[in-house]
Ligand binder design. Structure first.
Ligand code: GLN
Length: 304
């Protein structure tokens, strides 16, 4: 029997002692205020047992981790027609890169880079009467946790400084791959990114990706084949131009956010979330990646 709790406690102690913690994102001013000494980790196993250590109950801005959730909602509503609007190839580029979008006629490489998530936001606006409320409800229902909320300060902060996202949205719009006004699409996109959740809450929402589309209460949100597709996209594209490195070191599908969170999962076995606000040069949590590499190495399990 692997002593998961002992492993999480040791990983947390090591992370807290680490002196090089990376750099907190400051291009969204509100995120720059976060204490980089925070470190949390939570793991939910296939039996629904929760293990946690460090600051696992503290909420933070999940940022791009939300891209998996908007994608799964849009895929559930639209099915395979979704892939006419966004591709499923890794970009090998930073999350806010623009030139590929120009070369590929406004069809984003995948739904987990900013351009792709902006198209997904547009799809959800077409499908839903109140997209912001409906998306929040979706996340609250999966987790069975009505306390989950947007951080409107973070959303407003990004609204003022998200110049590259405005550029991407305008470029996509010029290729007719946005059906709604840029302002409206980005308002929804910024709110989705601003969702404030803890590692403990994140493993409860991502459990369904490790459990063939069913949440802890056994309600099915996506079928097995849809889950296969989303996990594949997480593996190939969840860490931008560091997706290869993450697969190489950690060996799990996952997704990062510039708030310092990472979620990853082993289908049929467990789902794990880490939070450490300091980022590496690629915009992924420095200590979060290290912690997950230690986890899969010490428990001896990965998808490979
Ligand atoms: N809201 C952020 C942005 O659009 C999300 C980026 C990220 O988490 N990688 O720039």
């Amino acid at each position: 029997m692997i002593a998961i709790q002992d492993i999480l406690d040791t990983i947390t102690k090591e992370a807290k002692a680490e002196s090089h913690k990376g750099k907190v994102a400051n291009y969204i001013p509100e995120l720059a205020k976060v204490d980089k000494n925070k470190f949390g980790i939570g793991l939910l196993d296939e039996h629904g047992r929760l293990f946690k250590a460090g600051d696992a109950e503290e909420r933070f801005s999940i940022q791009s981790i939300s891209k998996v959730l908007t994608l799964s909602m849009a895929f559930g509503l639209l099915g395979n027609d979704l892939w006419k609007r966004v591709d499923v190839e890794p970009s090998g580029d930073p999350f806010n890169h623009l030139s590929l979008l120009e070369m590929e006629n406004g069809i984003p490489r995948n739904p987990l880079i900013n351009a792709g998530a902006i198209v997904i936001a547009d799809v959800l606006i077409s499908q839903l009467k109140n997209p912001k409320e409906a998306f929040l409800e979706y996340v609250r229902n999966i987790t069975n946790d009505p306390s989950i909320a947007y951080d409107t300060h973070v959303a407003a902060s990004e609204q003022k400084t998200g110049f590259r996202n405005y550029a991407a949205a305008n470029l996509i719009k010029s290729f007719n791959n946005l059906h709604h006004p840029v302002e409206e699409v980005l308002d929804f996109y910024f709110h989705a990114c601003s969702l404030s959740m803890s590692c403990e809450q994140l493993v409860h929402v991502f459990y369904m990706f490790s459990n063939r589309g069913k949440c802890l209460r056994n309600h099915e949100y996506l079928n097995t084949n849809q889950i296969k597709r989303i996990n594949a996209i997480m593996l190939t594209s969840g860490f931008y131009d560091e997706a290869g490195e993450f697969a190489f070191k950690v060996g799990l599908p996952g997704k990062s956010g510039v708030g310092g969170g990472i979620v990853a999962l082993l289908p049929g076995k467990f789902c794990v979330a880490t939070w450490s606000p300091g980022l590496n040069e690629k915009g992924n949590s420095k200590l979060g990646m290290q912690a997950l590499e230690k986890l899969t190495t010490r428990i001896g399990l990965s998808i490979f």
